[in-house]
Design a protein around this ligand. Sequence first.
Ligand code: ADP
Length: 417
Amino acid sequence: MSVELGVIADDITGACDVAAGVTAAGLGAEVRLGVPRADEAPTEACVIVALKSRTAPVAEAVDESLRAARVLRVMGARRIYQKYCSTFDSTDDGNIGPAADALVDELGAAASVGTPATPAVARTMHRGHLFVEDRLLSESSLAHHPLTPMRDPDLVRVLGRQTSRPVAFVPVEAARAGAAAVASGIRDLHAAGVRHVLIDAVEEGDLDAAAGAVADADDLLLGGAAGLAVALARRLGDGQPRRPVPAPPGAALILSGSGSERTRAQVAAFRGPRLDLDVDTLATDLDRAVAEAVSFIDRARGVPLISATADPAAVLRTQKQWGRERAAALVEDALAAIAAASIASLGVRRILVAGGETSGAVAAALGVSVLRVRRVAAPGVAWTTATDAAGRELDLCFKSGNFGATDFFSAAFEEDG
Ligand code: ADP
């Protein structure tokens, strides 16, 4: 299988976001959790390596990204795409800039070119400024993100703080004039010394122009959120959206460890059986809390939700009490243990997980290494099939905190009638 697009994603839900989009656009995709071995043959034209590098120490993020790029090259990837969040989640230290610098050098590329704009989920970029729905990034809920608060909407400035190399943007007028105009914009900026080029995009057609400008350039590191990857897939794929595969049999479960605004609304709107986890209780006796949750799942009628999702004030309280990292670890360990125990003892085979870090913890506990898209559940969200460490076939949906409509926790299961 020749790999048209090799993607290095900085978290697991971002990887699934790309997988959902490119599959729907007609390019088959598989997600590898962690850097695969170089001798693991690719089975799809788009191979996405899911790292946990968004908030990792800079050196670790750079090292993992480089290892992923090398393996993707050995697999024969014709294009390397650095996938980051559509809200450009990062800090002044990185990790988008340092990883891009290192990847450009590794690939011998002339520059990095990309955009976080993803109009399908209302992320647009104009004059180098990122918007989330109708607000500037800095006026959205991302300004208060606990790990990567985004308080500056000017991405030239934001990325400029993460790299010593010059950054500039290609304006939306170029995208409106077509791929050739974007390509010439990129060339002009490169000739002027720019080494990281961001491309304005407000509509899906702008992304198609950007994709047209870069798809066949073999001297560029491509990058951005799912939007540009999907536009590339429209050019590189066969145009045939993959047919959804029916869900495997087995009981289902929802786990939520996300604190995002959207997930809070999804938890509040959920009408099925729900058990809330309390961090104080987890800290006192984690094993007992896990056992109680498993018993709740066993007795539940309908798909149950086990949730640690709380409003920002409550999260702040538990973080003050237990420390941010310990509170997060307690929630992640508990949800991961509940997932593993429900699979082993209750016959659960289908799990919807809300939250990026939470998804990473659950996937690690289950020992899954490859995810294949079974069905796109919502923009940026897919049900995927995977085999766990014990050889059981699972149906997993890893949802980024801010994705999915308010009724997603029930709508996601609707295919089963
Ligand atoms: P999102 O995709 O919405 O950012 P994540 O799972 O990536 O969601 O991040 C949420 C983090 O918050 C996780 O590390 C999780 O363990 C932690 N967390 C969840 N609920 C609580 C809570 N009630 N108190 C403290 N931390 C929490």
